[in-house]
Design a protein around this ligand. Structure first.
Ligand code: ZN
Length: 63
């Protein structure tokens, strides 16, 4: 998926990232041209936990 920051920027590949803010998970991407951050979605951390549990994503072994 490609997006454009504004009419003056070329398209760039979406680089979704997530960060936790309080009890919310914020999904966002950063424009590589101007480093502007765009929020894509907000999700409740409890919903995230339930989702992760259902997917059972294996975590990296950390000792
Ligand atoms: Zn930009």
């Amino acid at each position: 998926m490609q997006v454009t920051c504004d009419p003056y920027h070329k398209e760039f590949e979406l680089n979704n990232q997530e960060k936790r803010v309080g009890k919310l998970i914020v999904g966002f991407f950063v424009c590589p041209n101007c480093n502007r951050k765009y929020t894509v979605y907000l999700m409740d951390a409890q919903a995230i936990a339930a989702k992760e549990d259902s997917e059972r994503v294996p975590k990296l072994a950390g000792g």
